[in-house]
Write a protein that binds this ligand. Sequence first.
Ligand code: AMP
Length: 316
Amino acid sequence: MPHLGNYTGAIRRWVELQNDFEAYVCVVDLHALTLPWKPSELRRQSLEACASFIACGLDPAKGVIFLQSQVPAHLELAWVLTCLARMGELRRMIQFKERSRGETESVGVGLFTYPVLQAADVLLYRAHGVPVGEDQRQHIELMRDLGGRFNAMFGETFVLPEPWIAPTGARIMALDDPTQKMSKSAGRPQSSILLVDEPSVITKKVRAAVTDSGRDVIAAPDKPAVTNLLTIFSVMEGSSLEDLQDRGWDGYGSFKSALADAIIEHLAPIRQRWMELMDDTAELERLLATGAEKAARTADATIADVRSRIGLLGAG
Ligand code: AMP
């Protein structure tokens, strides 16, 4: 289930951009296999993620929403790019270093190579931009390197995508530790707010969020915790940091209770819609199947081009 960081850094931007661009949004169920998983949970999580994207405002009639595993071209291109990728460049990926926590011998190979699959996810659609949070900047750089390498070796095939990083909210930090990003793999429920958390849970999490020394509500480099809370507030309410700072807060207590209210208000319609969508998972599966058909039309054309360029027989 996406959290507030995913929402501010990525999902809300997909929603904004869907009116002006041909948008492809994929639920990355194959990426979920990079960490231990339970089949029944994976099924549920895939549907929940799809429902949450639609609940946030993505419109399956405007963009293409699909499940990564239902478009096999992703895996085919991932293999070709794996053969172009270098161990050294994958080893430099910060996410791999963070997630493997130095256990480079026992960690799954999927965790090491998943940025290559991610490159395939984007390059297949010849996307010009990828709206992502700050943590994905390096992976987009890798996509560009792999796409550029392929183009140099086999002729112009891929568009090299730009990272489209939000000016505000591109790196939301954990509520219980402002030195770490808010992340689903943190394993600490109090560190993040999920898009479908109940109002009472949101209030509790915000109340428990760490703050900085002093009692001034200002965004400043020596106030990372309060700066993070202000950033969340500004995205939830659509107000500027300056405006929020100038509201004459009486210490952190009143600020946190207003912040909790703003989050609850912003997420209420999303939660409501999400629950309605999850009541009819057959309809979600139908939407995903239609999305996969549309995505495959583009992806299959790209992969046919790739096959013929790299010299696979029977590929035109
Ligand atoms: P992930 O949670 O790694 O599947 O990321 C999904 C999208 O959310 C990516 O575009 C990330 O860059 C973005 N994202 C993840 N965590 C955060 C965060 N703490 N703040 C802002 N964006 C984030």
